[in-house]
Every structure is written in C-alpha cells, then in structure tokens.
Design a protein around this ligand. Structure first.
Ligand code: ZN
Length: 271
C-alpha cells in the first residue's frame, strides 16, 4: 500500500486523454512482476511505455511511466479510420471513441489515441487452435515463392499479415516466451513455446515481453514493424511443431473472419 500512495502523489492528469500518467521509481527488491502486481498494471503495458535496458534486472531509482487505466497509445496514420483502428485492437468504434472522449469520427495524422487494455481483444475469433495475432491483410502465404527482396525462388516459412506500424500484436495462445530480441532477417522477433507448438512473430517495431515470461492467449506482446528483411510493415507469423515450420493456416480461423464480435461482450463490464 505504501508504494501505491507514493505513486498517486506523483500522478499527473493528462487533460487531453481519459487516463492518468503515473511515474514510479524502482525500489530495492522490485521486479517487473512485483510492480505489475502491486500497481495493477500489466507487464506488456509497462514494457510498451518504457525503454527498459533489461526487463529482468531493473535498476534502483529507474523511472517507470504507465497509464491508469492500463492501456497503450496508438498513433494515427494516413488512411486509418476509427473502424480500421478498432478492428486492429479487436474492439468497437464506440468503445474507442468513449476512451478518447471523441465526439466526431474525424481523425488527423499523428493523433494519439489511448486504447485501454480492457476494451482490447473482445472480437478475437476463438474458434481455432490459435487466434489471429494481428488484424490485417495476408500478403504472402506459406510455401514456395519468389522472395520479394532477393528475387530468388525460396520457401516462405510463415504467413505475412500487412498492418500499419504500431498495430498491436497479440499472443496466438498461452505459452512461455523463449526468445525476444533481434534475429537476423526476422528483425525484432518473439518466439513463444506452447509445448508441442511454437509460434514466431517477426519484423516487430516493439517487443513488449521478455524471455521467460508466461503469456496468455490474446495478451499484447508487441507492435507491428518492418525490422529485418522486410519490404514494408507487416507481421511474419510462423507456427512450428516441435521446432519444424508448418502451414499456419491449418491452425487459424478463416482469414475472412479474423474479427468476430461477440454481442454479449459489447458492454464494458468485467473482464
Ligand atoms: Zn514472412
């Protein structure tokens, strides 16, 4: 309770948005997990808002910023609409507008929208082994193809889903993070171990998990980017069985039904 009181005293109210920005200073014995528990903020949110040098070894006195309620910022890009942004967060336009106190549907390039964690993920299509980790357009399938950069005939080990930079990437299922960092052509990459299966997320602009972390199905794990060998912002998503790549489409719902809003969850009730 003492820690919480300290943070509240440092709270700054952000007038433009419907959240408070909190500043917390790491104390002896703190870990990301203990901070997440005592301040009731997710580890993904802490990692998304802060550029921590090593999430597993916090430095005493290190500043950590996070919003209340729990959530992240999305910067509007040319071509975005409230509908497309709501879809990328698997939420609804009305909840997105309410969270940002928006009275009209007009957006401008560079506008920063706040997306509370509580409204994310209510439209995941949960009908298959994995959920779609990103809402977007499939630009390259699994299998043989002419590589877009090398122009050589080569095997594409995953599926490419195009989405704007900064779009959220969600864990396809519960698992343990086995890799999180730079990995050659994959750029910033995450590998989650689900036991028999592993999933891989490549070309990220941001990584919001750390090695050894237990993640839940639908948890925010990072942001779409174009790092590594990439021709534009997209997620390279791979499914492996005991380490061997396989066709991800066999384990995902139809790409035409990435977004499925369950009517009874439209209200902003409990979790
Ligand atoms: Zn790819």
């Amino acid at each position: 309770m003492k820690k919480f009181a300290l943070v509240v005293a440092l709270a700054i109210f952000s007038q433009a948005f419907s959240y408070f920005l909190m500043h917390y200073y790491v104390q002896p014995g703190d870990t990301l997990f203990s901070i997440s528990e005592s301040l009731d903020v997710s580890i993904s949110t802490i990692l998304d808002w802060n550029n921590l040098r090593d999430p597993r070894k916090l430095r005493i006195g290190e500043e950590i910023v996070f919003p209340i309620p729990d959530g992240i910022i999305y910067t509007v890009k040319r071509g975005d609409t409230l509908e497309s942004i709501a879809a990328r967060f698997f939420t609804t336009v009305s909840l997105l507008k309410a969270a940002n106190l928006l009275s009209s549907d007009l957006l401008y390039d560079g506008e920063k929208l706040f997306v509370p964690s509580e409204i994310m993920g209510m439209a995941f299509n949960d009908s298959a082994k994995f959920i779609w980790p990103v809402y977007g357009v499939i630009t390259s399938k699994y299998g043989w193809r002419i590589h877009p950069i090398t122009k050589r005939w080569s095997f594409h080990t995953g599926v490419d889903i195009a989405a704007p930079i900064g779009s959220p990437v969600f864990a396809a299922d519960d698992g343990v993070v086995k890799f999180a960092g730079r990995n050659g052509g994959y750029g910033n990459m995450i590998l989650i171990d689900h036991g028999k299966y592993q999933t891989v997320y490549g070309h990220l602009s941001r990584i919001d998990v750390f090695v050894g972390e237990y993640v839940k199905r639908g948890q925010l794990i990072g942001r779409v980017g174009s790092t590594g060998m990439s021709t534009g912002p997209h997620l390279h998503f791979e499914v492996r069985i005991y380490g061997r790549h396989t066709n991800p489409m066999a384990f995902l719902p139809s790409p035409r039904r990435m977004y499925v809003l369950k009517e009874e969850e439209k209200w902003m009730g409990g979790k």
